[in-house]
Ligand binder design. Structure first.
Ligand code: SAM
Length: 471
């Protein structure tokens, strides 16, 4: 997930305005989308573009969209309305929509939103220069072809708004899970993994350029498997499987890039998370002790309706494995309220599982029906909106209680912190994270971004530790 404050922010490269044409690029949704925008920026940089923070002066406006919930799409439509005024004054300005909403709506987008000139799905970014040329020639342009092969492995992403310390690396694309609520398999296509050597190379380059943390990204990282390229479902033979690179192996390869390069990853899926990944995490100090393991619901019955592929007991078994192999590991989750047929009893089971798992943090959502999904085609969205919202409020309140207790328990302890940037609240303080992903702020002293420091936490707010560096 990307911080709410960064949704829709204009993303900037620091190329000093080298390109002649100006690109205004904003992104919505998940980390994967923000990482994709870095690929888009890289492709367009080679086509003579530089980024701008002011859409009034842009030659091209691109909005990298999210389709996961109805409100994410509504937000993009409102934004397109704002761009209308500018396009009225500057009719040559090109407006394009990229990403999941583009893939979902395809040509329909051009009919629904007259301002839009280009519609491009997540697997077609290499075609952007051609599509822009087509629009300059007076036509509208659409490319929403989903690929079996595309991983953009050979494209070095341009780092957008980078703090110069932490960066994302996409390790796979698409998703084969078919959770009944989820639009991702329809917007991002089938699952395929990226060549591990290109991933390691990217991590090495980032480290050489001063970066000290990478987050490996995929919809379901535990399912990563590379056997020479192509779709995961086409890796069929025993021989292919036995010689393939798994996620545990990839994680180890990236951890070995340098002991000072921290490694994180997201997202794990309880049905695929194996102990060997946890053992690799235990073996390397530089792999952060933090697992994001979305549960969605604590009710086995509802998990089945969701087609998640695990039961409440399976999930508990995975959390127990994390706690056994990685004592003190941070754990977070995604939770959804009001999915089709959810009863008060199911909801209570979710609450009790949250208490038991004792999450450090959760991303929580009310269910939003998405076109084309299994749920939309076969189930009734039967939980009233006010019930979805009141259950959501209850789980948020519970999570706040759990998070506050966790943060309080971290006070009085020393944390190894990687300095990321200046604290938003004070120019005299640094902000960084410990291995468990807690935010820590402390006086700057003589330290700089990218340094590792030991910080004694002396107090806290709801989600932030406040302390001082100790030698
Ligand atoms: N691939 C990850 C997984 O399967 O756990 C997460 C994918 S999604 C980008 C992030 C979260 O959005 C999901 O874990 C889920 O909680 C939420 N989400 C997905 N579809 C949703 C829907 N239709 N309505 C509400 N929330 C949804």
């Amino acid at each position: 997930m990307i911080d709410e404050g960064r949704q829709g922010e204009a993303l900037m490269t620091n190329d000093g305005g080298a390109g002649k044409r100006k690109l205004y690029l904003e992104s919505y949704g998940c980390q994967m989308n923000f990482a994709d925008s870095e690929i888009v920026a890289s492709i367009l940089k080679n086509d003579g573009f530089t980024t701008t923070k002011d859409f009034h002066e842009a030659d091209v406006i691109f909005v990298n969209t999210c389709a996961i919930r109805e409100n994410a799409e509504q937000r993009v439509r409102n934004r397109l309305n704002e761009f209308k005024q500018v396009k009225r004054k500057n009719p040559d300005m090109i407006v394009g929509v990229l990403g999941c909403m583009a893939e979902r709506l395809k040509e329909q987008f051009l009919d629904q939103e007259k301002i839009v000139d280009i519609v491009v799905g997540p697997d077609a970014y290499r075609d952007l220069p051609n599509l822009i040329a087509k629009v300059e020639g007076g036509q509208k342009a659409v490319n929403v072809i989903l690929s079996k092969e595309e991983t953009y492995a050979d494209i070095t992403p341009v780092r957008l708004d980078a703090n110069g310390v932490s960066s994302f690396i996409s390790i796979m694309r698409g998703c084969d899970n078919m959770c009944s609520f989820c639009v991702v398999p329809f917007t991002r296509g089938r699952e395929r993994s990226r060549d591990p050597h290109s991933i390691v190379r990217e991590a090495q380059e980032l480290f050489a350029n001063g970066y000290r943390e990478v987050t490996l990204l995929g919809q379901n990282v535990d399912s990563y498997i590379y056997a020479g390229g192509g779709l995961k479902k086409e890796i069929l033979t025993e021989e292919q499987r036995s010689s393939a690179t798994t996620f545990a192996q990839l994680l180890e390869m990236v951890a070995q890039v340098h002991p000072d390069l921290r490694v994180r990853y997201s997202t794990s899926n309880p049905k695929d998370m194996t102990d060997d990944v946890l053992h690799v995490m235990a073996k390397y100090d530089n792999i952060c002790k933090y697992v994001h393991l979305p549960v969605q619901s604590g009710s086995t019955r509802l998990l089945e309706v969701m087609n998640r592929g695990y039961t409440r007991e399976d999930y508990i078994d995975r959390i127990n494995a994390i706690k056994r192999i990685l004592p003190g590991c941070g754990i977070s989750s995604d939770i959804m309220t009001g999915f089709c047929t959810e009863t008060e009893e199911d909801h209570k089971e979710t609450m009790s599982l949250m208490e038991w798992a004792d999450y450090d943090f959760s991303y929580m959502f009310a269910y939003s029906e998405r076109p084309k999904t299994l749920a939309e085609r076969t189930l009734t969205d039967d939980v009233p909106e006010e019930v979805k919202q009141s259950r959501l409020a209850e789980i948020i309140k519970l999570q706040q209680k759990l998070s506050a207790a966790k943060t309080n328990a971290a006070v009085g302890k020393v944390h190894r912190v990687l300095i990321e940037h200046e604290s938003k609240k004070s120019p005299d303080m640094w902000m960084g994270r410990n291995s468990q992903n807690n935010v820590v702020v402390f006086p700057k002293g003589n330290y700089k971004k990218g340094d590792y420091v030991n910080v004694l936490a002396e107090s806290c707010t709801l989600a932030t530790l406040i302390g001082r560096v100790i030698e």
